[in-house]
Write a protein that binds this ligand. Structure first.
Ligand code: CP
Length: 324
C-alpha cells in the first residue's frame, strides 16, 4: 500500500480486517516497526476520534506522531494551480507539501468539502494536490467525498460482531442498512459515500440504503445497493443499521427534509433482526439517534469508535512494510 485514500488502495479487505483484529488482540506486537519514523497529522477541520486513534496507532508501532492544526495555526493554503494569490491564501500547496514531505515519513490529512461547489468537492482537489506535491505516502483522515479509515473500522466492527456470534440469527450474508437521519445543519456525504463504497466492494452483505426523496448519494458509491425511500421496509430483518445524516448531492449541500420521523427509535428497531446500531460519531442525541437506542445494548457505537485505533494501525503497518 502506498496511499490510503479509498477502498481502491486495498487489495484484500478481509485480510486488512484480520490484520486490524490481530493488532486489537496484541497491540504492541509490531512495536518497533515504526521506530525512527515520523507521522505528520494535518487537520484543516476538527476531530476527536480520527486524531487521537491515529496517534495511539502510531505509538503502538513505535512511530512518533506530530499533529498540526493547519486551520488554526498554519498559513491559509492555496490548492488551485496557477492561482493569482492576491486573496486570503498565503502559501501554495506546491511550496508547503514538499517541505512537509521532508519532515515526515508518512503524512495524514483531513480536508472537509466546502458543500458549495459539487464539482470542486468531488474532484478531490485538496488531497490530490497534497499527494502530487508531498512525495511521501498519504493517508486520508476524511477528504471531500470519503472517510476510508472510518469505513475500514465499520467493516472491522461488523466482522467482529459476526465472529463473536452476537447476531440473533446466523446468516451467510448479514443485512446491512444505511439509513439517513435528520440533522440541524448540512453535513458532507463522505461517511455515507465511503460506507457504501466499502460495503459494495466487500460484497459479503445484503446492502440497503434508505433515505428521503432527493437525498440520493452519488451513484459511483451507491451502485450495488438496494435503494428505498421506505425506511420501515428497509429495516425489516436488518442485522446492522448504520445511522448517518448527509446533505443533498443533486442540488448540492442542501437540507430539503428534516422529518423527525426518520430518527431511529426502539420502536423502529423492533422491525429488525435485533440489529446492532452503528454511527461514526459525533452524534446529535435525540435528533439523529434517540437516547433510548444509543444507551441500549443494541448500540455498538463506542466499540466502533475504539476500533478506529486498529484500523489506523493496520493501515500504517501496511504502508511502513511497503517502504521497508
Ligand atoms: N468519526 C470521526 O471521524 O470522528 P472525528 O470527527 O471526531 O474524528
Amino acid at each position: 500500500m502506498n496511499n490510503f485514500i479509498s477502498v481502491h488502495d486495498v487489495t484484500d479487505i478481509n485480510a486488512l480486517v484480520q490484520k486490524a483484529l490481530a493488532y486489537k488482540a496484541d497491540p504492541l506486537k509490531d512495536k518497533l516497526l515504526g521506530a525512527n519514523k515520523r507521522l505528520g497529522l494535518l487537520f484543516l477541520n476538527p476531530s476527536l476520534r480520527t486524531r487521537l486513534s491515529t496517534q495511539v496507532a502510531a505509538a503502538n508501532l513505535g512511530m512518533e506522531a506530530i499533529v498540526f492544526n493547519v486551520d488554526k495555526e498554519g498559513w491559509t493554503l492555496e490548492f488551485e494551480e496557477g492561482a493569482i494569490m492576491s486573496g486570503n491564501t498565503v502559501e501554495h500547496i506546491k511550496d508547503a507539501a514538499p517541505i512537509l514531505g521532508s519532515y515526515f515519513n508518512v503524512l495524514c490529512i483531513r480536508t472537509f468539502p466546502s458543500l458549495k461547489n459539487r464539482e470542486d468537492d468531488y474532484s478531490e482537489l485538496f488531497i490530490s494536490q497534497f499527494i502530487k506535491y508531498c512525495g511521501v505516502p498519504v493517508i486520508s483522515l476524511e477528504s471531500a467525498t470519503l472517510h476510508p479509515l472510518q469505513s475500514l473500522t465499520d467493516i472491522i466492527t461488523i466482522q467482529e460482531v459476526m465472529a463473536k456470534e452476537e447476531l440473533k440469527q446466523k446468516k451467510a450474508k448479514p443485512k446491512i442498512v444505511l439509513t439517513w437521519a435528520p440533522h440541524v445543519k448540512p453535513l458532507p456525504q463522505c461517511v455515507a459515500n465511503s460506507f457504501a463504497q466499502w460495503i459494495n466492494a466487500w460484497g459479503e452483505a445484503d446492502f440497503v440504503i434508505t433515505h428521503p426523496e432527493d437525498y440520493e448519494l452519488a451513484e459511483q458509491f451507491s451502485k450495488g445497493a438496494t435503494i428505498t425511500h421506505d425506511q420501515d421496509e428497509a429495516l425489516k430483518d436488518a442485522d446492522f443499521v448504520y445511522v448517518k445524516n448527509w446533505s443533498t448531492y443533486n442540488d448540492y449541500g442542501k437540507i430539503y427534509e428534516n422529518d423527525p420521523a426518520w430518527m431511529l427509535t426502539e420502536e423502529k428497531l423492533k422491525l429488525t433482526n435485533q440489529a446492532k446500531v452503528m454511527h461514526c460519531l459525533p452524534v446529535r442525541r435525540n435528533v439523529e439517534l434517540s437516547d433510548e437506542v444509543l444507551d441500549s445494548a443494541s448500540s455498538v457505537v463506542t466499540r466502533q469508535a475504539s476500533n478506529r485505533v486498529w484500523a489506523a494501525q493496520a493501515v500504517l503497518s501496511e504502508i511502513l512494510k511497503a517502504k521497508q
